[in-house]
Write a protein that binds this ligand. Structure first.
Ligand SMILES: *[C@@H]1O[C@H](CO)[C@@H](O)[C@H](O)[C@H]1NC(C)=O
Ligand SMILES: *[C@@H]1O[C@H](CO)[C@@H](O)[C@H](O)[C@H]1NC(C)=O
Length: 249
């Protein structure tokens, strides 16, 4: 008991770190060709260190199989935060061709088998991968925030349409199962993008309907913090401003 108290004082006195786990929409360099991920635009709003571990093309499954959650677990310290946001690469079907990213369907403890890269892989559901990762980090004394995926360009048809993918709901299920914080980042981005209008938002998607420009990534990062502040998530204490555009949802 005493040792734990001393430890938590020690770690709060040291600089803490926010780890980011996600795909190209969060990663440094985004989807290439001048796009960028929102994880690159977090640091202006916090004095904490940022460790952006997001990497393009990854799903909850492939990030896990690559050992990238393990890398974070090896580094994370008590009092740090880990933000987990996936969904863009998690869909699809395991048959006839497994792309190595598709999760097992379902929201619970369902298991699928698939031979990928010569290995008969045990594949979990999207919520199970996130719940396992969250449990690993909380056991190490870190705090976890599961965040819903960013929207594809909601103005691409000419009128505003935001239909959250099933992984948005799955992210919330994972957070509830693990007992960790959740923000609906996707809904906050969509709300701000609706008010910005089609010309501005279309300009944020220079190569396709998924990957944002630098200007777009900055707004996506601000939308994340708006969700954190509106949600009363304790990560707010790491911020040096609580003023972000948009409305609370
Ligand atoms: C927050 O802190 C960072 C790091 O010191 C600084 O670069 C940034 O300007 C600050 N932002 C605000 C809004 O105070
Ligand atoms: C993969 O492993 C599972 C569980 O042991 C087994 O049921 C399945 O037949 C295996 N698949 C292949 C292709 O070996």
């Amino acid at each position: 008991m005493k040792a734990a108290t001393v430890l938590s004082f020690a770690s709060s006195a040291l600089a803490s770190t926010i780890y980011l786990a996600g795909d190209s929409t969060m990663a440094n360099g985004g989807g290439g060709s001048g796009t960028n991920g929102w994880g690159q635009y977090v640091s202006p709003y916090t004095t904490w260190s940022i460790s952006n571990q997001a990497i393009a093309g990854r799903s909850a499954r492939s990030f896990t199989r690559d050992g990238r959650f393990t890398t974070i677990a090896d580094e994370v310290k008590s009092g740090d935060w880990v933000v987990i946001e996936f969904g863009h690469n998690d869909g699809g079907s395991l048959t006839p061709t497994d792309n190595g990213r598709t999760d097992c369907s379902g929201t619970g403890s369902e298991i699928c088998y698939s031979v990928y890269d010569g290995v008969n892989e045990t594949i979990l559901t999207f919520p199970a991968y996130l719940e396992n990762a969250a449990n690993t980090f909380t056991a190490l004394g870190a705090k976890v925030l599961i965040s819903s995926q960013t929207p594809d360009n909601p103005w691409e048809t000419g009128s505003f349409v935001y239909e959250p993918s099933r992984f948005v709901g799955y992210a919330q299920i994972a957070a509830e199962a693990a007992g960790v914080a959740y923000v609906d980042h996707g809904a906050y981005v969509a709300s701000i993008f609706e008010s910005l209008g089609s010309d501005v938002v279309n300009s944020y998607y220079p190569i396709d309907h998924t990957h944002t420009s630098t200007a777009g990534a900055l707004v996506v990062a601000q939308a994340f913090f708006k969700a954190v502040v509106c949600g009363g998530i304790a990560l707010e204490s790491a911020l040096n401003t609580t003023s972000f555009p948009g409305e609370c949802l």
